[in-house]
Ligand binder design. Structure first.
Ligand code: SF4
Length: 361
């Protein structure tokens, strides 16, 4: 049985996991002053990387892992995290804050999966206030901390009754343990934003904010104003097909699942009545309640039409179900991207068939 040992975090660890508590002390003791960071010539690469992190999160749905050769690279990476938080906070847009947080979390999960020593994962869990220890091949997590951090994970895989529970601990395999850490990392990054920003920060980043806003609007529009032609449900991504099947079989969908499903169906072009026709196949269908919920999501009641969640959030919510090989592509970051890709492929192959028929005719 191995509990977490006290750990001295290296600079490289802090750069990879900037939520570690030692980071604050390091920044205070070793970091540049805010003026130097914002205006100093030597800190240009840090400011550029800070903006790059935000752009990567917006455009690709994840911040890329940066290779760090020496301490200078490690410091730059660490301080660039501060810059990206300043940029995101200066804009203060909810969609940006969520997308940026998810982008950082996706990077961190990859880093965690690459860790060779389980001891390090235990120490990171401790930093995140998750009590855990290693027992044989499993990670034993204090059940109250398991419950606290799986609230949003609705798949049966995460229900307490389906866990290996002994003496108040839940036993998890490494992959699932990292998934649990991911939940906590997300709430710690997302919950820390937006940070207060000063006038000097707003003034310094005026141009960068403008550039980020442009990409932000493009990303938002991409997800909001799609024209995908005729709806073909056989081309829906696995997550949506599974949610529809679960709905049809009368399973009680979580709020997140119903939201994702309705917002997706709306974005691919279905009317309220058509969405209801999908929902009314459920045995416990309540037309009035369904209409109310759908009208809320499609903006009839709230005035805001909601955008369906991307893959990262679907995963966080435990409703990225049975992802297939297309889902595993590096650029796949949204169920709508999956669907529009499939639609495009189908149109291309129809076009080729027509050309062939013409040639043969
Ligand atoms: S990867 Fe994305 S598109 Fe694929 S199943 Fe998961 S959420 Fe759906």
């Amino acid at each position: 049985m191995t509990p977490a040992q006290d750990m001295n975090w290296s600079l490289e660890d802090m750069a990879r996991y900037p939520f570690l508590s030692e980071v604050k002390d390091y920044v205070r003791e070793e970091g540049p002053s805010i003026e130097e960071l914002l205006e100093g010539d030597g800190w240009g690469p840090v400011r550029r990387r800070g903006k790059e992190r935000v752009m990567e999160a917006l455009e690709d749905g994840q911040v890329k892992i940066k290779s760090m050769r020496d301490e200078i690279d490690q410091e730059n990476e660490l301080f660039s995290y501060l810059i990206s938080k300043m940029l995101v906070s200066s804009i203060g847009d909810d969609f940006l804050i969520r997308r940026y947080s998810l982008g950082e979390v996706e990077r961190i999960v990859k880093e965690l999966a690459r860790e060779e020593k389980d001891e390090k994962l235990l120490n990171i869990a401790e930093e995140l206030d998750i009590r855990s220890r290693k027992e044989d091949e499993d990670f034993a997590v204090f059940f109250a901390h398991f419950l606290e951090n799986t609230e949003r994970l609705r798949s049966p895989d995460w229900k307490l009754v389906n866990q290996d529970l002994k003496d108040g601990d839940v036993y998890l395999k490494k992959k699932k343990f990292i998934r649990l850490l991911k939940e906590k990392v997300f709430s710690s990054i997302h919950g820390d934003l937006p940070r207060p920003v000063s006038d000097i920060i707003l003034k310094t980043f005026d141009r960068q904010m403008e550039e980020i806003r442009e990409v932000l609007e493009d990303t938002r529009t991409e997800l909001v104003d799609l024209d995908l032609g005729e709806v073909e449900d056989e081309l829906f991504p696995p997550c949506i097909k599974n949610l529809l099947a679960a709905q049809k079989e009368g399973h009680n969908l979580s709020h997140e699942a119903r939201f994702a499903l309705t917002a997706f169906l709306r974005k691919v072009g279905l009317s309220e009545e058509e969405i209801i026709s999908y929902f009314q196949e459920a045995p416990d269908f309540d037309r009035e309640l369904a209409s109310y919920q759908i009208e809320h999501i499609i903006g009839e009641i709230s005035g805001t039409e909601y955008t369906p969640p991307g893959c990262a959030l679907m995963r966080t919510n435990g409703i990225c179900i049975d992802p297939d090989s297309l889902c595993e592509q590096e650029w796949m970051n949204h169920p709508l991207t999956y669907y529009s890709f499939k639609k495009r492929k189908e149109e291309e192959s129809e076009g080729e068939d027509e050309e062939k028929e013409e040639d043969e005719g």
